[in-house]
Design a protein around this ligand. Sequence first.
Ligand SMILES: Cc1cc2nc3c(=O)[nH]c(=O)nc-3n(C[C@H](O)[C@H](O)[C@H](O)COP(=O)(O)OP(=O)(O)OC[C@H]3O[C@@H](n4cnc5c(N)ncnc54)[C@H](O)[C@@H]3O)c2cc1C
Length: 442
Amino acid sequence: MMLVAVFAAAVTGAAKAHGELIPVGTLPPGPNDAITDVAGVRVGQVTKIEGAPGPLVPGVGPVRTGVTVVLPNDDPWTKRVAAATFDLNGNGELTGAHWVDEAGFLEVPIALTNTLDVGRVDDGVVDWTIRKHPGIGVDDDVPLPVVAECDDQGLNDIQGRHVRPQDVVTAQVKYDRLDRAGNAVRIRLSSTVVQVKHVGEMATATEVEVSYSQQGKLKTVRASHCILACWHTMIPYIASELPDAQVAALRSSEKVPIVYTNVALRNWQAFVKLKAGSTYAPGNYFTNVNLDQRVSIGDYHATTRPEQPIVLTMHRFPCKPGLPARSQHRAGRAQLYGTPFAVFERNIREQLARSLGSGGFDPANDIAAITVNRWPHGYAYQYNSLWDPFWLDGGPQPCVAARQPFGRIAIANADADAYAYTDCAIDQAYRAVGELKVGVKS
Ligand SMILES: Cc1cc2nc3c(=O)[nH]c(=O)nc-3n(C[C@H](O)[C@H](O)[C@H](O)COP(=O)(O)OP(=O)(O)OC[C@H]3O[C@@H](n4cnc5c(N)ncnc54)[C@H](O)[C@@H]3O)c2cc1C
């Protein structure tokens, strides 16, 4: 087997086998004994399980395969990491190995899949890298994907080559599978937690009791630990054991209201005439207007001709200029709750007529349908130097005080790092789990 050793990443120093620790390498293991203990390293995977166990039908199933992707950091193409390959034993292939050794660095994610799906995964890595860096192959270099393989034919219909990038886009989420009694991890759907507290004194408790409301009934569940991953402003209402200073820190977070609107157009000829695919106008009712992105994958087919229908996205961030940032978001939320659909529709029609009218756009004929998605609690509030002096001058950040674990309860959510995007939510969930694991007695 050929391995890629990412030197910037001090890969875990021990592996578990049959309950014993076998030392690997010279470095000590991290707190979770995982490659993701290394700061910035992320791992994603898709497991494909389709068809009941049974005789192999080549090209059909059963399917038992998948892909794992290791990202050394958020963008290896611009943040290369020192790397080399090493042959341990066996005969696994690793694409891109020559370039890794020649260059001495890694500039793509490392992907692992079954032997016959290497080409498809290679394709996915190239697509992903080009989407992130459109200059690739134009005025920038080209990536050589690093894909390692293993023959899974004893488990899987490998001939069927079931690993396809479009699965990720077109797969239906089967939510009910999250909420099954035998699951190792069970997510209780349509359940609102109303109270979380330690059973007995926090200092000596061995369990946490979570009370939740489901279909009008109050239910409880006990666990050795609990992570509160909800909005920080709600936590003091749910968990009454928190110290006052932490309550104040949790309450200082805020959510930004957002309106994401989709407008189905019968054609996009006006955009072609005006030679524009988007508009940005901070003073308008909708600040951004964008033609749908050109993504064709699986059953998704992007519109290619201007006489064909297309979806337009329009963004609005309700606010009240002149107030401090947090107050603006609260005022915007109140405004949003009080705005009927008719007001959105009128503004959509007026704004599109004004910005696209000279290209021949006619709202009465060209708009086929409108969907207004209102998010009164949208993005997590991000600190900024206008309203949060510590951001420029330095000083304690409220989100750090807010996310401190208490007893057997840890705190996650994007609010825990005052940053609006999903990567932060994942990092904070990971941190919260790690904090609890430290205290777990095996
Ligand atoms: C319109 C919109 C577009 C976005 N676009 C992007 C994007 O393109 N890229 C990107 O990276 N990020 C985007 N984001 C941000 C991204 O969605 C968030 O950063 C991310 O979802 C935060 O995850 P989280 O786990 O912290 O919180 P959430 O996703 O808010 O999860 C919190 C969960 O807790 C549940 N909950 C709350 N209270 C309780 C309770 N009492 N009992 C039980 N459950 C409870 C909620 O129902 C929710 O499911 C977007 C956000 C919005 C609103």
